[in-house]
Write a protein that binds this ligand. Structure first.
Ligand SMILES: *Cc1c(COP(=O)(O)O)cnc(C)c1O
Length: 397
């Protein structure tokens, strides 16, 4: 690896992203397409290289982000497929988003009105774009969305008649699809599909892009394959929860994380390691220092609990993780020396550390651990076994 990436780097396997989506596609209906959810910079993996990789795949409908900025960065990178902002979008960005043909999620009347005004003004200036929207329906999250009731129906009718606004899609979101008891998810799905029927019956209009499923639904709720499914965590080869079966869709983790040993020494009985002296040696211990810490997003919750792989063997974390460094016990591993490769996430020999395992050890959550991998970690993108490109926040600015 590049000398300047020896401190730490994340390897992002783009082939694994493609394989994961192909396996998903094989598990859903023929007519259903996949919306790749790449919010929070692709769950920490890097949204632009992943979208560029997926852009030309037939089974990919388009992309979903959480914010306007995340959507615009994709357009700037040349992504042409549909992009949907899943959250509330603030009015300052409506004009840019309409010009860039970015779809917005809408559930408030004031948004409808403002989008209509902005789109109409753009049309008067000779721009033929409409504001494409997906209506959000709240069937159980109580987060955003109109309720699937009479008021919700009135909202949909209003949206359908709003000048300059095109209702391209309608969707809802599961709150509990990742649990083994699927009855709350099925109740949400039933509420949503009934609402869709009612809309069709009362307006004579079928909203073309209807979607409901997230990762857990893609794996385990085939009935929720509508026109599109929204794949987040499974794109990255990570699991929505322990309760979701790992035998239905084979997934490969996309990210691995590496560093190198920068110091090796022996400590003696009674010597403590790191802040607070939470670990004290009860005999001679060989300690290796690793130049990565919670400032990189490596969880402090792994203090005294995590481990890394060196020479394919497990080296447990000693004492607290610092902001920029931590120490591991290499007493049981032969010949560890400065410069040796450290695997923090990924495979080394017969052993593997997953993000799921680290999040469990640290008392955290796999989604959060991936999202929190910080800007100090350069990302190296691998395609067909070769480095395709790198993303290095400190170099790019
Ligand atoms: C984040 C998000 C998803 C993706 O969820 P996963 O569990 O990662 O698949 C899908 N839909 C909405 C509305 C989301 O906010």
């Amino acid at each position: 690896m590049r000398e300047d990436y020896q401190r730490v780097y994340a390897k992002i396997n783009l082939d694994a992203v493609m394989e994961n989506t192909a396996h998903m596609k094989a598990n859903i209906s023929k007519e259903t397409k996949i919306m790749a959810v790449i919010k929070t910079d692709g769950y920490g993996h890097g949204a632009v290289p992943i979208a560029s990789e997926l852009e030309n795949a037939d089974h990919i409908y388009g992309f979903a982000t959480a914010t306007a900025e995340e959507a615009l960065i994709l357009r700037k990178a040349g992504i042409k497929k549909p992009i949907l902002i899943l959250g509330y979008t603030f009015p300052y960005s409506y004009e840019r988003l309409i010009e860039e043909d970015v779809r917005m999620t809408v559930f408030r009347e004031d948004t409808l009105k403002e989008l209509s005004e902005v789109a109409t003004k753009l049309q008067e200036k000779g721009n033929d774009r409409t504001a494409k929207i997906h209506i959000k329906v709240d069937t159980g999250m109580s987060r955003i969305g109109v309720r699937p009731d009479g008021e919700g129906l009135a909202f949909v009718k209003k949206a359908l008649s709003e000048k300059g606004v095109e209702v391209e899609g309608i969707f809802t979101h599961f709150a509990r699809a990742d649990e083994s008891d699927k009855s709350p998810a099925y109740a949400q799905l039933a509420g949503f599909t009934e609402f869709l029927l009612r809309i069709e019956k009362e307006t004579g209009h079928r909203i073309p892009v209807r979607h409901c499923s997230n990762s857990a639904g893609i794996v385990e709720i085939p009935e929720a394959n509508l026109d599109v499914v929204r794949a987040g965590i499974i794109l990255y080869g990570l699991w929505p929860s322990d309760e979701v079966s790992q035998n239905i869709i084979p997934l490969k983790p996309v990210l691995s994380l590496y560093s190198h040993v920068i110091y090796v020494k022996e400590i003696n009985k009674g010597d403590s390691v790191s802040y607070g002296g939470t670990y004290t040696a009860d005999g001679p211990v060989k300690v290796a220092t690793i130049p990565v810490g919670y400032g990189d997003g490596y969880p402090r919750g792994l203090s005294g609990k995590g481990y890394v792989l060196i020479h394919g063997k497990r080296a447990p974390v000693l004492g607290r993780i610092c902001m920029d460094q931590f120490m591991v016990d290499v007493s049981g591993i032969d010949g560890v020396k400065e410069g040796d490769l450290v695997t923090m996430v990924g495979k080394d020999g017969a052993n593997e550390i997953t993000i799921e395992e680290l999040s469990k050890l640290s008392g955290g959550f796999n989604y959060e651990l991936a999202c929190n991998l910080g800007k100090r970690i350069p990302r190296v993108y691998i395609k067909s076994g070769k480095v395709l490109c790198t993303k290095d926040y400190y170099r790019d600015f």
